[in-house]
Design a protein around this ligand. Structure first.
Ligand code: SF4
Length: 428
């Protein structure tokens, strides 16, 4: 969501007549887009702002904070960082051109929420990729998971009308984009505000757009992932067989304390349905270790679930209390060292699973969307397969922003490696 928001903000600033500068030192205006989901990302913000202060002193650079930390702390951010020029929450990016340098140096705070969906001018978005694009379909969250700060920073759910989403998707298709990623905090609860059509209907509509070849979506809440969406995924031939379905804990008692609204068994039933419908589906998830009161038995249930589901990928974190949440009122009673130890166990198990799964792909020829050059080797291309795995590969010719076929030759736990291969025609 933040990457997409940054693309919107950059587009608005360029449309206001500003130009991008290559380094912070050369900039007249610096905007830091922030995430408040974990304590660690917030700490990183304060150390970054500390480093930027010298630029302000030297050349009067205008510095502002936007995003979830801005919304969470609002004017209190000025208690910590009095030199900030503006603080803008996620529902107010549309006003960002009001802080361009030619305007007043008066401090600005925009953090009020609008209950209605506000369309942004999509033509202005400064997208990083020329082939894969994000489309926001909803904002906010109504779930109040007990550990999560998002409902306090992004507000309640509001949904973008399907015609507006389709208009953006069709414009992207006309510009040559091949992949669309639908975004929202909880896309499965999407409802068209005018017709009441649900997320399954939206997938069906997007699937009809010629020249878009891959459709993905994130994030799904298991509670709202109804069977109809799994059937829609199977039916819509452009929807990748890949799903991020965050479980957070493998223990039903922890899930209850997290206010997640499903049990371990209900979650596993959804996994069974997905794998029955799409045996080639790639699944990923989020795991939090050390939630208040998590016993050894409960933690072992998480390890057992990982061994059972065998995800393609996971994102795992130590619990940290976030302001205003219900869990923050409970004692954070799992010691830091114990949380660290549990995280190491989770990651070691998952690394082993990923390596085993990736090895089984060696020899396959896969369809890859090339998105750039490998960070580690400028002579190697990089891209993603339908399962959203990173695939680095050699190619004798330029394949930027193209679908190509790659034969997998080797792997590590976190990526695959191969070489461009010939294939008679494209299929999934
Ligand atoms: S569903 Fe839960 S974890 Fe996800 S954004 Fe909403 S409150 Fe946070």
């Amino acid at each position: 969501m933040n990457t997409s928001d940054s693309e919107h903000i950059a587009g608005m600033l360029l449309a206001s007549g500003l130009t991008a500068s290559p380094t912070p030192e050369e900039s007249d205006l610096i905007i830091v887009n922030t995430c408040a989901v974990r304590e660690k990302s917030e700490e990183k913000l304060y150390s970054l702002l500390g480093r930027l202060e010298s630029l302000k002193e030297k050349k009067g650079t205008i510095i502002g904070v936007v995003g979830c930390v801005a919304q969470l702390h609002r004017s209190k951010l000025w208690d910590k960082k009095p030199s900030l020029d503006f603080i803008i929450g996620p529902d107010n990016y549309g006003k960002i051109s009001q802080i361009i340098p030619s305007q007043t140096r008066k401090k600005v705070l925009f953090t009020e929420w609008s209950p209605e969906w506000r369309d942004q001018p999509v033509q202005q978005i400064k997208r990083d990729s020329k082939v894969s694009a994000y489309i926001t379909i909803m904002e906010g969250c109504n779930n109040f998971c007990s550990y999560c700060v998002v409902p306090f920073t992004r507000g309640r759910e509001k949904y973008r009308p399907i015609p507006s989403i389709l208009e953006e998707a069709e414009e992207l298709a006309s510009k040559g984009y091949k992949e669309i990623q639908l975004l929202g905090q909880n896309v499965n609860s999407y409802i068209d505000p005018e017709t009441g059509d649900n997320f399954a209907a939206l997938l069906e509509n997007i699937n009809k757009i010629a020249s878009i070849e891959w459709i993905r979506f994130i994030t799904s809440h298991p509670k709202n992932f109804i069977d109809e969406i799994a059937y829609a995924m199977k039916k819509a031939n452009k929807v990748c067989h890949q799903l991020h379905l965050p479980i957070q804990s493998g223990s039903t008692s922890v899930l209850q304390r997290m206010n997640r609204g499903y049990s371990r068994e209900e979650y596993l039933e959804k996994i069974d349905l997905l794998r029955n419908l799409m045996p080639d589906i790639h699944l990923s998830t989020d795991i939090i270790v050390g939630f208040p009161g998590e016993t050894q038995v409960e933690f072992q249930e998480t390890l057992g679930l990982l061994a059972n589901v065998r995800y393609t990928n996971i994102f795992s974190f130590r619990y940290s209390p976030r302001p205003q949440t219900a869990a923050a009122k409970k004692e954070d009673n799992i010691a830091f060292e114990e949380k660290k130890n549990r995280l190491i166990q989770v990651q070691a198990l998952q690394r082993k699973i990923q390596l085993e799964k990736n090895k089984s792909l060696i020899g396959q020829t896969q369809k890859i969307l090339c998105t750039g050059i490998s960070k580690k080797d400028p002579h190697v291309y990089t891209g993603r397969n339908a399962g959203y795995q990173v695939v680095n590969f050699n190619s004798p010719n330029d394949v930027f922003d193209q679908f190509i076929w790659v034969k997998i030759l080797s792997c590590g736990p976190y990526s695959l490696f191969g070489e461009k291969a010939e294939f008679p025609s494209f299929s999934r």
